[in-house]
Design a protein around this ligand. Structure first.
Ligand code: ARG
Length: 581
Protein backbone atom coordinates (compact mmCIF):
# COMPACT_ATOMS: atom_id res chain seq x y z
CA UNK A 1 0.00 0.00 0.00
CA UNK A 2 1.64 3.21 -1.13
CA UNK A 3 -0.06 6.55 -1.21
CA UNK A 4 0.69 8.60 -4.31
CA UNK A 5 0.70 12.40 -4.16
CA UNK A 6 -1.42 13.88 -6.93
CA UNK A 7 0.17 15.99 -9.63
CA UNK A 8 -1.89 18.96 -8.50
CA UNK A 9 -0.56 18.56 -4.96
CA UNK A 10 3.06 18.29 -6.18
CA UNK A 11 2.74 21.36 -8.37
CA UNK A 12 0.96 23.29 -5.65
CA UNK A 13 3.91 22.51 -3.37
CA UNK A 14 6.52 23.40 -5.99
CA UNK A 15 4.96 26.77 -6.83
CA UNK A 16 4.25 27.57 -3.18
CA UNK A 17 7.95 27.11 -2.40
CA UNK A 18 8.98 29.44 -5.22
CA UNK A 19 6.30 32.02 -4.46
CA UNK A 20 6.36 31.94 -0.68
CA UNK A 21 2.57 32.00 -0.60
CA UNK A 22 -0.42 29.86 -1.52
CA UNK A 23 -0.43 29.73 -5.33
CA UNK A 24 -4.21 29.09 -5.43
CA UNK A 25 -3.85 26.40 -8.05
CA UNK A 26 -6.84 25.62 -10.25
CA UNK A 27 -7.48 23.32 -13.18
CA UNK A 28 -7.48 25.35 -16.34
CA UNK A 29 -8.54 25.06 -19.97
CA UNK A 30 -5.55 27.03 -21.29
CA UNK A 31 -2.86 24.90 -19.71
CA UNK A 32 -3.28 22.04 -17.24
CA UNK A 33 -3.28 24.33 -14.22
CA UNK A 34 -3.47 28.01 -13.49
CA UNK A 35 -2.02 29.65 -10.37
CA UNK A 36 -3.82 32.82 -9.32
CA UNK A 37 -2.02 33.42 -6.06
CA UNK A 38 0.52 35.89 -7.47
CA UNK A 39 -2.03 38.69 -7.71
CA UNK A 40 -2.90 38.78 -4.02
CA UNK A 41 0.72 38.45 -2.95
CA UNK A 42 1.88 41.27 -5.23
CA UNK A 43 -0.92 43.47 -3.98
CA UNK A 44 0.01 42.82 -0.36
CA UNK A 45 3.68 43.60 -1.10
CA UNK A 46 2.81 46.55 -3.39
CA UNK A 47 4.76 44.86 -6.18
CA UNK A 48 4.04 44.47 -9.89
CA UNK A 49 2.23 41.14 -10.29
CA UNK A 50 3.66 40.38 -13.75
CA UNK A 51 7.17 40.92 -12.38
CA UNK A 52 6.53 38.66 -9.39
CA UNK A 53 5.12 36.04 -11.77
CA UNK A 54 8.18 36.33 -13.98
CA UNK A 55 10.43 35.73 -10.98
CA UNK A 56 8.55 32.55 -10.16
CA UNK A 57 8.91 31.35 -13.75
CA UNK A 58 12.60 32.12 -13.51
CA UNK A 59 12.98 30.18 -10.27
CA UNK A 60 11.20 27.02 -11.40
CA UNK A 61 13.01 24.44 -13.49
CA UNK A 62 10.98 23.24 -16.47
CA UNK A 63 11.16 20.99 -19.48
CA UNK A 64 13.94 18.43 -19.60
CA UNK A 65 15.54 19.85 -16.44
CA UNK A 66 12.50 18.86 -14.45
CA UNK A 67 10.45 15.73 -14.30
CA UNK A 68 7.23 17.47 -13.42
CA UNK A 69 6.60 20.80 -15.11
CA UNK A 70 6.89 20.93 -18.89
CA UNK A 71 6.18 24.62 -19.28
CA UNK A 72 5.17 27.62 -17.20
CA UNK A 73 4.28 31.06 -18.47
CA UNK A 74 2.90 34.35 -17.30
CA UNK A 75 -0.47 35.33 -18.66
CA UNK A 76 -2.88 38.24 -18.24
CA UNK A 77 -2.30 40.49 -15.24
CA UNK A 78 -0.04 37.93 -13.52
CA UNK A 79 -1.51 34.47 -13.72
CA UNK A 80 0.75 31.48 -14.15
CA UNK A 81 -0.19 28.85 -16.72
CA UNK A 82 1.38 25.53 -15.94
CA UNK A 83 1.68 22.48 -18.16
CA UNK A 84 2.58 19.13 -16.61
CA UNK A 85 5.00 16.92 -18.49
CA UNK A 86 3.56 13.85 -20.21
CA UNK A 87 6.13 11.68 -18.51
CA UNK A 88 5.06 12.89 -15.06
CA UNK A 89 1.45 12.05 -15.85
CA UNK A 90 2.24 8.53 -16.96
CA UNK A 91 4.67 7.90 -14.10
CA UNK A 92 2.17 9.07 -11.50
CA UNK A 93 -0.58 6.94 -13.00
CA UNK A 94 1.76 3.95 -13.05
CA UNK A 95 2.37 4.43 -9.33
CA UNK A 96 -1.42 4.48 -8.79
CA UNK A 97 -1.87 1.36 -10.87
CA UNK A 98 0.74 -0.44 -8.76
CA UNK A 99 -1.31 0.13 -5.62
CA UNK A 100 -4.47 -1.70 -4.52
CA UNK A 101 -5.94 1.56 -3.26
CA UNK A 102 -4.99 3.39 -6.46
CA UNK A 103 -2.57 5.47 -4.42
CA UNK A 104 -5.32 6.97 -2.28
CA UNK A 105 -3.87 7.69 1.17
CA UNK A 106 -5.52 6.68 4.43
CA UNK A 107 -6.53 9.60 6.61
CA UNK A 108 -3.71 10.76 8.85
CA UNK A 109 -5.97 11.25 11.88
CA UNK A 110 -8.89 8.82 11.68
CA UNK A 111 -11.63 9.18 14.27
CA UNK A 112 -14.83 7.35 15.10
CA UNK A 113 -18.00 8.32 13.27
CA UNK A 114 -21.46 7.03 14.10
CA UNK A 115 -23.71 7.10 11.08
CA UNK A 116 -27.44 6.95 11.80
CA UNK A 117 -29.16 5.80 8.58
CA UNK A 118 -31.56 3.20 7.19
CA UNK A 119 -34.15 3.59 9.91
CA UNK A 120 -37.54 2.20 8.83
CA UNK A 121 -40.37 1.69 11.28
CA UNK A 122 -41.61 -1.60 12.70
CA UNK A 123 -44.96 -2.84 11.43
CA UNK A 124 -45.00 -0.18 8.73
CA UNK A 125 -44.33 -0.21 5.03
CA UNK A 126 -41.02 1.40 4.04
CA UNK A 127 -41.26 4.46 1.83
CA UNK A 128 -38.93 6.30 -0.53
CA UNK A 129 -37.64 8.45 2.33
CA UNK A 130 -36.24 5.29 3.88
CA UNK A 131 -34.76 4.45 0.51
CA UNK A 132 -32.88 7.74 0.38
CA UNK A 133 -31.56 7.43 3.90
CA UNK A 134 -30.36 3.90 3.20
CA UNK A 135 -28.70 4.62 -0.14
CA UNK A 136 -26.99 7.82 1.01
CA UNK A 137 -25.98 6.38 4.37
CA UNK A 138 -24.56 3.27 2.76
CA UNK A 139 -22.41 5.36 0.39
CA UNK A 140 -21.19 7.64 3.16
CA UNK A 141 -20.20 4.77 5.45
CA UNK A 142 -18.31 3.10 2.62
CA UNK A 143 -16.47 6.28 1.65
CA UNK A 144 -15.51 7.10 5.24
CA UNK A 145 -14.29 3.57 5.85
CA UNK A 146 -12.21 3.64 2.68
CA UNK A 147 -10.58 6.81 3.99
CA UNK A 148 -9.61 4.92 7.15
CA UNK A 149 -12.26 6.28 9.52
CA UNK A 150 -13.73 3.92 12.12
CA UNK A 151 -17.42 3.79 11.30
CA UNK A 152 -20.19 2.57 13.61
CA UNK A 153 -23.53 2.04 11.90
CA UNK A 154 -26.73 2.69 13.75
CA UNK A 155 -30.15 1.84 12.34
CA UNK A 156 -32.46 3.80 14.61
CA UNK A 157 -35.60 1.93 13.66
CA UNK A 158 -38.96 3.00 15.03
CA UNK A 159 -39.71 0.04 17.28
CA UNK A 160 -41.28 1.67 20.31
CA UNK A 161 -44.19 3.91 21.19
CA UNK A 162 -47.83 3.82 22.16
CA UNK A 163 -49.02 2.12 18.98
CA UNK A 164 -47.37 -1.08 20.16
CA UNK A 165 -49.86 -1.31 23.02
CA UNK A 166 -52.59 -1.49 20.42
CA UNK A 167 -50.74 -3.99 18.23
CA UNK A 168 -49.81 -6.31 21.07
CA UNK A 169 -53.32 -6.19 22.53
CA UNK A 170 -54.74 -7.07 19.14
CA UNK A 171 -52.38 -10.01 18.81
CA UNK A 172 -53.38 -11.27 22.24
CA UNK A 173 -56.97 -11.25 21.09
CA UNK A 174 -56.19 -12.64 17.61
CA UNK A 175 -53.23 -14.92 18.39
CA UNK A 176 -52.66 -16.42 14.93
CA UNK A 177 -52.54 -13.24 12.88
CA UNK A 178 -48.76 -13.21 12.56
CA UNK A 179 -48.37 -16.97 12.00
CA UNK A 180 -46.51 -18.02 8.89
CA UNK A 181 -48.11 -20.26 6.33
CA UNK A 182 -46.47 -23.50 5.33
CA UNK A 183 -44.29 -23.21 2.23
CA UNK A 184 -44.08 -19.43 2.05
CA UNK A 185 -41.72 -18.17 -0.60
CA UNK A 186 -41.84 -14.39 -0.90
CA UNK A 187 -41.11 -14.11 2.82
CA UNK A 188 -40.53 -10.37 2.93
CA UNK A 189 -43.67 -9.41 1.10
CA UNK A 190 -45.83 -11.83 3.05
CA UNK A 191 -44.44 -10.54 6.32
CA UNK A 192 -45.31 -7.02 5.32
CA UNK A 193 -48.80 -7.83 4.21
CA UNK A 194 -49.45 -9.68 7.48
CA UNK A 195 -48.17 -6.73 9.48
CA UNK A 196 -50.18 -4.34 7.40
CA UNK A 197 -53.32 -6.39 7.94
CA UNK A 198 -52.79 -6.44 11.69
CA UNK A 199 -51.97 -2.75 11.76
CA UNK A 200 -55.09 -1.75 9.87
CA UNK A 201 -57.39 -4.10 11.76
CA UNK A 202 -56.11 -3.05 15.15
CA UNK A 203 -56.32 0.62 14.26
CA UNK A 204 -59.91 0.14 13.13
CA UNK A 205 -60.81 -1.60 16.35
CA UNK A 206 -58.98 1.02 18.39
CA UNK A 207 -60.99 3.82 16.78
CA UNK A 208 -64.34 2.01 17.00
CA UNK A 209 -64.23 0.17 20.30
CA UNK A 210 -63.74 2.09 23.55
CA UNK A 211 -63.06 -1.05 25.56
CA UNK A 212 -60.32 -2.16 23.19
CA UNK A 213 -58.85 1.32 23.42
CA UNK A 214 -58.72 1.04 27.21
CA UNK A 215 -57.17 -2.43 27.03
CA UNK A 216 -54.59 -1.12 24.54
CA UNK A 217 -53.64 1.75 26.80
CA UNK A 218 -53.18 -0.63 29.71
CA UNK A 219 -51.03 -2.75 27.45
CA UNK A 220 -48.72 0.22 26.78
CA UNK A 221 -48.12 0.47 30.51
CA UNK A 222 -47.31 -3.26 30.67
CA UNK A 223 -44.97 -2.89 27.74
CA UNK A 224 -43.13 0.01 29.31
CA UNK A 225 -42.95 -1.83 32.62
CA UNK A 226 -41.23 -4.70 30.83
CA UNK A 227 -43.92 -7.34 31.37
CA UNK A 228 -42.41 -10.50 29.83
CA UNK A 229 -45.49 -11.72 27.95
CA UNK A 230 -46.09 -8.28 26.46
CA UNK A 231 -42.44 -7.91 25.51
CA UNK A 232 -42.43 -11.33 23.84
CA UNK A 233 -45.38 -10.34 21.65
CA UNK A 234 -43.81 -6.97 20.87
CA UNK A 235 -40.69 -8.86 19.83
CA UNK A 236 -42.77 -10.82 17.31
CA UNK A 237 -43.66 -7.57 15.57
CA UNK A 238 -40.00 -6.56 15.50
CA UNK A 239 -38.87 -9.93 14.16
CA UNK A 240 -41.60 -10.05 11.54
CA UNK A 241 -40.66 -6.54 10.39
CA UNK A 242 -37.01 -7.44 10.16
CA UNK A 243 -37.87 -10.23 7.72
CA UNK A 244 -39.45 -7.57 5.56
CA UNK A 245 -36.65 -4.98 6.01
CA UNK A 246 -33.99 -7.53 5.15
CA UNK A 247 -35.84 -8.59 2.02
CA UNK A 248 -35.98 -4.98 0.81
CA UNK A 249 -32.32 -4.35 1.70
CA UNK A 250 -31.40 -7.53 -0.10
CA UNK A 251 -33.08 -6.28 -3.24
CA UNK A 252 -31.42 -2.93 -2.76
CA UNK A 253 -28.07 -4.69 -2.44
CA UNK A 254 -27.39 -2.97 0.87
CA UNK A 255 -25.88 -5.01 3.68
CA UNK A 256 -27.47 -4.39 7.08
CA UNK A 257 -26.12 -6.23 10.11
CA UNK A 258 -28.33 -7.25 12.98
CA UNK A 259 -25.98 -5.88 15.62
CA UNK A 260 -26.17 -2.43 14.04
CA UNK A 261 -29.94 -2.29 14.41
CA UNK A 262 -30.33 -0.40 17.65
CA UNK A 263 -33.84 0.95 17.46
CA UNK A 264 -35.62 3.40 19.69
CA UNK A 265 -36.25 0.64 22.23
CA UNK A 266 -32.50 0.16 22.61
CA UNK A 267 -32.32 3.30 24.72
CA UNK A 268 -35.23 2.51 27.08
CA UNK A 269 -32.99 1.93 30.07
CA UNK A 270 -31.52 5.40 29.75
CA UNK A 271 -34.70 7.46 29.39
CA UNK A 272 -35.45 8.13 33.07
CA UNK A 273 -31.87 9.12 33.76
CA UNK A 274 -31.78 11.34 30.69
CA UNK A 275 -34.84 13.21 31.98
CA UNK A 276 -33.52 13.45 35.53
CA UNK A 277 -30.21 14.86 34.37
CA UNK A 278 -31.93 17.37 32.11
CA UNK A 279 -34.28 18.51 34.84
CA UNK A 280 -31.69 18.67 37.62
CA UNK A 281 -29.32 20.71 35.47
CA UNK A 282 -32.11 23.12 34.64
CA UNK A 283 -31.69 22.53 30.90
CA UNK A 284 -35.26 21.20 30.86
CA UNK A 285 -38.18 22.56 32.88
CA UNK A 286 -41.70 21.39 33.64
CA UNK A 287 -44.36 23.17 31.67
CA UNK A 288 -47.97 22.09 32.06
CA UNK A 289 -46.66 18.83 33.44
CA UNK A 290 -44.42 18.09 30.46
CA UNK A 291 -40.62 18.21 30.63
CA UNK A 292 -39.51 20.74 28.03
CA UNK A 293 -36.43 22.49 26.69
CA UNK A 294 -37.06 26.02 25.41
CA UNK A 295 -35.14 27.99 22.79
CA UNK A 296 -35.14 31.76 22.30
CA UNK A 297 -35.03 31.54 18.55
CA UNK A 298 -37.60 28.82 17.99
CA UNK A 299 -41.15 30.09 17.91
CA UNK A 300 -44.36 28.95 16.29
CA UNK A 301 -46.59 30.96 13.94
CA UNK A 302 -48.38 32.52 16.91
CA UNK A 303 -45.07 33.79 18.33
CA UNK A 304 -45.26 31.33 21.21
CA UNK A 305 -42.09 29.37 21.91
CA UNK A 306 -42.02 25.82 20.54
CA UNK A 307 -40.30 23.59 23.09
CA UNK A 308 -38.59 20.26 22.66
CA UNK A 309 -40.77 17.88 24.66
CA UNK A 310 -38.64 15.27 26.39
CA UNK A 311 -41.35 13.74 28.53
CA UNK A 312 -45.07 14.16 28.05
CA UNK A 313 -47.40 15.20 30.85
CA UNK A 314 -48.71 11.62 31.11
CA UNK A 315 -45.18 10.40 31.80
CA UNK A 316 -44.59 8.93 28.32
CA UNK A 317 -41.23 9.53 26.70
CA UNK A 318 -41.03 10.94 23.19
CA UNK A 319 -38.74 10.71 20.18
CA UNK A 320 -36.56 13.47 21.71
CA UNK A 321 -35.80 11.55 24.92
CA UNK A 322 -34.64 8.63 22.81
CA UNK A 323 -32.44 10.75 20.57
CA UNK A 324 -30.88 12.53 23.54
CA UNK A 325 -30.14 9.17 25.16
CA UNK A 326 -28.66 7.94 21.89
CA UNK A 327 -26.30 10.94 21.87
CA UNK A 328 -25.13 10.05 25.38
CA UNK A 329 -24.56 6.46 24.29
CA UNK A 330 -22.75 7.41 21.11
CA UNK A 331 -20.39 9.91 22.72
CA UNK A 332 -19.76 8.43 26.17
CA UNK A 333 -19.97 4.69 25.43
CA UNK A 334 -19.06 4.41 21.75
CA UNK A 335 -16.50 7.24 22.00
CA UNK A 336 -17.56 8.80 18.73
CA UNK A 337 -16.12 12.15 17.75
CA UNK A 338 -18.48 12.59 14.83
CA UNK A 339 -22.22 11.91 14.78
CA UNK A 340 -24.05 11.90 11.46
CA UNK A 341 -27.79 11.63 10.92
CA UNK A 342 -28.97 10.78 7.43
CA UNK A 343 -32.59 11.79 7.86
CA UNK A 344 -35.30 13.55 5.88
CA UNK A 345 -35.04 17.37 5.78
CA UNK A 346 -38.43 17.59 7.46
CA UNK A 347 -36.84 16.52 10.73
CA UNK A 348 -34.40 19.46 10.68
CA UNK A 349 -36.07 21.31 13.55
CA UNK A 350 -36.14 18.19 15.72
CA UNK A 351 -32.39 17.69 15.29
CA UNK A 352 -31.61 21.35 15.75
CA UNK A 353 -33.38 21.29 19.12
CA UNK A 354 -31.94 17.94 20.18
CA UNK A 355 -28.36 19.01 19.36
CA UNK A 356 -28.78 22.34 21.13
CA UNK A 357 -30.22 20.69 24.26
CA UNK A 358 -27.36 18.16 24.26
CA UNK A 359 -24.84 20.98 23.97
CA UNK A 360 -26.36 22.89 26.88
CA UNK A 361 -26.06 19.93 29.20
CA UNK A 362 -22.60 19.02 27.93
CA UNK A 363 -23.36 15.69 26.23
CA UNK A 364 -22.10 17.34 23.08
CA UNK A 365 -18.87 19.29 23.41
CA UNK A 366 -16.69 21.17 20.95
CA UNK A 367 -14.73 17.96 20.50
CA UNK A 368 -17.70 16.30 18.86
CA UNK A 369 -18.89 17.17 15.38
CA UNK A 370 -22.59 16.57 14.95
CA UNK A 371 -24.42 16.90 11.66
CA UNK A 372 -27.88 16.29 10.40
CA UNK A 373 -27.45 15.49 6.70
CA UNK A 374 -30.92 16.39 5.52
CA UNK A 375 -32.13 15.04 2.22
CA UNK A 376 -34.91 16.29 0.00
CA UNK A 377 -38.11 14.65 -1.12
CA UNK A 378 -38.56 12.19 -3.97
CA UNK A 379 -41.15 13.54 -6.38
CA UNK A 380 -43.36 11.89 -8.97
CA UNK A 381 -43.31 13.10 -12.58
CA UNK A 382 -46.13 15.45 -11.62
CA UNK A 383 -43.81 17.24 -9.22
CA UNK A 384 -45.73 16.11 -6.14
CA UNK A 385 -44.12 14.01 -3.40
CA UNK A 386 -44.15 10.41 -4.53
CA UNK A 387 -45.52 9.19 -1.23
CA UNK A 388 -48.80 11.01 -1.47
CA UNK A 389 -49.68 10.33 -5.08
CA UNK A 390 -52.96 8.59 -5.45
CA UNK A 391 -53.69 5.56 -7.54
CA UNK A 392 -50.04 4.84 -8.40
CA UNK A 393 -48.21 2.26 -6.37
CA UNK A 394 -45.38 3.85 -4.46
CA UNK A 395 -44.50 0.75 -2.54
CA UNK A 396 -40.77 0.68 -2.34
CA UNK A 397 -40.54 -2.90 -3.52
CA UNK A 398 -42.70 -2.19 -6.55
CA UNK A 399 -40.45 0.70 -7.53
CA UNK A 400 -37.39 -1.51 -7.23
CA UNK A 401 -39.01 -4.30 -9.23
CA UNK A 402 -40.05 -1.90 -11.93
CA UNK A 403 -36.54 -0.46 -12.23
CA UNK A 404 -35.17 -3.98 -12.67
CA UNK A 405 -37.78 -4.76 -15.34
CA UNK A 406 -36.95 -1.59 -17.26
CA UNK A 407 -33.27 -2.41 -17.04
CA UNK A 408 -33.98 -5.87 -18.48
CA UNK A 409 -35.62 -4.27 -21.51
CA UNK A 410 -32.59 -2.05 -22.09
CA UNK A 411 -30.16 -4.95 -21.73
CA UNK A 412 -32.14 -7.25 -24.03
CA UNK A 413 -32.33 -4.54 -26.68
CA UNK A 414 -28.56 -4.14 -26.62
CA UNK A 415 -27.85 -7.84 -26.99
CA UNK A 416 -30.59 -10.15 -28.17
CA UNK A 417 -28.56 -13.33 -27.81
CA UNK A 418 -28.37 -13.23 -24.02
CA UNK A 419 -30.17 -15.94 -22.08
CA UNK A 420 -33.03 -14.92 -19.80
CA UNK A 421 -30.93 -15.92 -16.81
CA UNK A 422 -28.07 -13.62 -17.76
CA UNK A 423 -30.50 -10.80 -18.53
CA UNK A 424 -32.10 -11.18 -15.10
CA UNK A 425 -28.78 -11.13 -13.25
CA UNK A 426 -27.53 -8.06 -15.10
CA UNK A 427 -30.88 -6.32 -14.88
CA UNK A 428 -30.75 -6.48 -11.09
CA UNK A 429 -27.33 -4.81 -11.07
CA UNK A 430 -28.32 -2.22 -13.64
CA UNK A 431 -31.81 -1.45 -12.29
CA UNK A 432 -30.79 -1.08 -8.66
CA UNK A 433 -27.66 0.82 -9.68
CA UNK A 434 -29.87 3.20 -11.65
CA UNK A 435 -32.04 3.98 -8.63
CA UNK A 436 -29.05 4.46 -6.36
CA UNK A 437 -27.19 6.64 -8.83
CA UNK A 438 -30.16 8.89 -9.52
CA UNK A 439 -30.39 9.43 -5.80
CA UNK A 440 -26.68 9.89 -5.14
CA UNK A 441 -26.00 12.16 -8.09
CA UNK A 442 -28.45 14.75 -6.76
CA UNK A 443 -27.01 17.02 -4.09
CA UNK A 444 -28.43 15.90 -0.76
CA UNK A 445 -30.75 18.74 0.12
CA UNK A 446 -32.49 18.80 -3.24
CA UNK A 447 -35.72 17.11 -4.22
CA UNK A 448 -35.60 14.96 -7.33
CA UNK A 449 -38.06 13.42 -9.70
CA UNK A 450 -38.33 9.64 -9.73
CA UNK A 451 -38.23 9.07 -13.47
CA UNK A 452 -37.34 5.49 -14.37
CA UNK A 453 -37.04 6.21 -18.10
CA UNK A 454 -34.30 8.68 -17.43
CA UNK A 455 -32.68 6.56 -14.72
CA UNK A 456 -32.09 3.54 -16.96
CA UNK A 457 -31.11 5.56 -20.01
CA UNK A 458 -27.87 4.56 -21.73
CA UNK A 459 -26.87 8.13 -22.34
CA UNK A 460 -26.55 11.05 -20.00
CA UNK A 461 -25.59 11.15 -16.36
CA UNK A 462 -26.77 7.68 -15.34
CA UNK A 463 -25.25 4.64 -13.71
CA UNK A 464 -25.94 2.61 -16.85
CA UNK A 465 -23.67 4.96 -18.76
CA UNK A 466 -20.94 4.35 -16.18
CA UNK A 467 -21.54 0.61 -16.16
CA UNK A 468 -21.26 0.50 -19.95
CA UNK A 469 -18.02 2.47 -19.80
CA UNK A 470 -16.66 -0.12 -17.39
CA UNK A 471 -17.91 -3.12 -19.36
CA UNK A 472 -16.43 -1.71 -22.54
CA UNK A 473 -13.02 -1.39 -20.95
CA UNK A 474 -13.25 -4.99 -19.79
CA UNK A 475 -14.18 -6.09 -23.27
CA UNK A 476 -11.20 -4.29 -24.83
CA UNK A 477 -8.88 -5.86 -22.28
CA UNK A 478 -10.30 -9.30 -23.12
CA UNK A 479 -9.82 -8.67 -26.82
CA UNK A 480 -6.24 -7.45 -26.39
CA UNK A 481 -4.89 -11.01 -26.55
CA UNK A 482 -1.17 -11.01 -25.86
CA UNK A 483 -0.91 -7.24 -25.54
CA UNK A 484 -0.86 -6.32 -21.83
CA UNK A 485 -1.42 -2.97 -20.17
CA UNK A 486 1.94 -1.32 -19.51
CA UNK A 487 2.91 2.27 -18.77
CA UNK A 488 5.35 3.95 -21.16
CA UNK A 489 6.41 7.31 -19.70
CA UNK A 490 8.66 7.89 -22.73
CA UNK A 491 5.65 8.25 -25.04
CA UNK A 492 4.10 11.66 -25.73
CA UNK A 493 0.41 11.81 -24.83
CA UNK A 494 -2.47 12.91 -27.04
CA UNK A 495 -4.75 15.63 -25.60
CA UNK A 496 -7.51 13.12 -24.79
CA UNK A 497 -5.01 10.90 -22.97
CA UNK A 498 -3.73 13.82 -20.94
CA UNK A 499 -7.24 14.91 -20.02
CA UNK A 500 -8.22 11.41 -18.93
CA UNK A 501 -4.95 10.90 -17.08
CA UNK A 502 -5.15 14.15 -15.15
CA UNK A 503 -8.69 13.27 -14.13
CA UNK A 504 -7.74 9.78 -12.93
CA UNK A 505 -5.02 11.37 -10.86
CA UNK A 506 -7.66 13.37 -8.97
CA UNK A 507 -9.50 10.32 -7.59
CA UNK A 508 -7.95 10.53 -4.12
CA UNK A 509 -8.48 14.29 -3.86
CA UNK A 510 -12.11 13.85 -4.87
CA UNK A 511 -12.69 11.19 -2.23
CA UNK A 512 -11.01 13.26 0.46
CA UNK A 513 -13.34 16.15 -0.38
CA UNK A 514 -16.41 13.92 -0.33
CA UNK A 515 -15.40 12.42 3.02
CA UNK A 516 -15.00 15.89 4.46
CA UNK A 517 -18.25 17.41 3.30
CA UNK A 518 -20.37 14.24 3.16
CA UNK A 519 -21.49 14.97 -0.39
CA UNK A 520 -21.60 11.73 -2.39
CA UNK A 521 -22.90 13.59 -5.45
CA UNK A 522 -19.39 14.95 -5.93
CA UNK A 523 -18.08 11.42 -6.32
CA UNK A 524 -20.93 10.66 -8.74
CA UNK A 525 -20.13 13.68 -10.87
CA UNK A 526 -16.41 12.87 -10.80
CA UNK A 527 -17.14 9.36 -12.11
CA UNK A 528 -19.33 10.80 -14.81
CA UNK A 529 -16.48 13.10 -15.90
CA UNK A 530 -14.16 10.11 -16.01
CA UNK A 531 -16.59 8.14 -18.19
CA UNK A 532 -17.01 11.15 -20.49
CA UNK A 533 -13.25 11.65 -20.77
CA UNK A 534 -12.98 7.95 -21.59
CA UNK A 535 -15.50 8.34 -24.41
CA UNK A 536 -13.43 11.16 -25.92
CA UNK A 537 -10.28 9.09 -25.52
CA UNK A 538 -11.85 6.20 -27.49
CA UNK A 539 -12.98 8.59 -30.18
CA UNK A 540 -9.56 10.15 -30.63
CA UNK A 541 -7.14 7.41 -29.70
CA UNK A 542 -7.45 3.93 -31.19
CA UNK A 543 -6.39 1.43 -28.54
CA UNK A 544 -5.82 -2.00 -30.10
CA UNK A 545 -5.17 -0.50 -33.53
CA UNK A 546 -2.65 2.10 -32.35
CA UNK A 547 0.52 2.59 -34.46
CA UNK A 548 3.12 0.98 -32.24
CA UNK A 549 3.02 -1.89 -29.75
CA UNK A 550 4.15 0.52 -27.01
CA UNK A 551 1.25 2.84 -27.70
CA UNK A 552 -1.15 -0.11 -27.59
CA UNK A 553 0.26 -1.07 -24.20
CA UNK A 554 0.16 2.45 -22.87
CA UNK A 555 -3.45 2.92 -23.99
CA UNK A 556 -4.44 -0.42 -22.51
CA UNK A 557 -2.78 0.76 -19.32
CA UNK A 558 -4.84 3.96 -19.33
CA UNK A 559 -8.04 2.05 -20.06
CA UNK A 560 -7.30 -0.46 -17.32
CA UNK A 561 -6.65 2.22 -14.71
CA UNK A 562 -9.82 4.01 -15.79
CA UNK A 563 -11.76 0.79 -15.27
CA UNK A 564 -10.29 0.26 -11.83
CA UNK A 565 -11.04 3.84 -10.85
CA UNK A 566 -14.63 3.57 -12.07
CA UNK A 567 -15.06 0.27 -10.30
CA UNK A 568 -13.66 1.51 -7.00
CA UNK A 569 -15.71 4.69 -7.15
CA UNK A 570 -18.93 2.90 -8.01
CA UNK A 571 -18.33 0.28 -5.33
CA UNK A 572 -18.13 3.11 -2.80
CA UNK A 573 -21.49 4.34 -4.04
CA UNK A 574 -22.90 0.82 -3.63
CA UNK A 575 -23.25 0.28 -7.39
CA UNK A 576 -22.19 -2.95 -9.13
CA UNK A 577 -19.96 -3.03 -12.17
CA UNK A 578 -20.87 -6.02 -14.36
CA UNK A 579 -17.96 -7.32 -16.43
CA UNK A 580 -20.17 -7.53 -19.50
CA UNK A 581 -23.32 -5.77 -20.58
N1 ARG B 1 -37.62 6.08 12.02
C1 ARG B 1 -37.58 7.47 11.70
C2 ARG B 1 -38.52 7.74 10.48
O1 ARG B 1 -38.93 6.82 9.80
C3 ARG B 1 -36.20 7.98 11.37
C4 ARG B 1 -35.20 7.88 12.50
C5 ARG B 1 -34.08 8.85 12.33
N2 ARG B 1 -33.04 8.74 13.28
C6 ARG B 1 -33.06 9.27 14.50
N3 ARG B 1 -32.05 9.10 15.29
N4 ARG B 1 -34.07 10.00 14.91
O2 ARG B 1 -38.83 8.88 10.22
Amino acid sequence: MASVPSLSASIQQRVADALGADPLLRRSDRADFQANGVLGLAKRNKANPREVAAQVVEALPTGDDDGLIAAIEVSGPGFLNITVSDAAITRTLAARAADDRLGVPLKADPGTTVVDYAQPNVAKEMHVGHLRSSVIGDAITKILEFEGEKVIRRHHIGDWGTQFGMLVQYLIEHPHELDHEAGETAAGEESMSRLDRVYKASRKLFDADEDFKTRSRKRVVDLQAGDPETLALWQRFVDESKIYFYSVYDKLDIAIRDEDIVGESGYNDMLIETCTLLEESGVAVRSNGALCVFFDDIKGKDGEPVPLIVQKADGGFGYAATDLSAIRNRTADLHADTLLYVVDARQALHFKMVFEAARRIGWLTDEVTVKHLPFGTVLGKDGKPLKTREGVSTKLEDLLDEAVQRAAVVIRAKNEELSEEVVAARAAEVGIGAIKYADLSTSLGRDYVFDLDRMVSLTGDTSVYLQYAYARIRSILRKAGDAKPAAHPELPLAPAERALGLLLDEFGNTLAGVAETYEPHKLASYLYSVASALATFYEQCPVLKADTPETVENRLFLADLTGRTLRQGMTLLGIRTPEQL
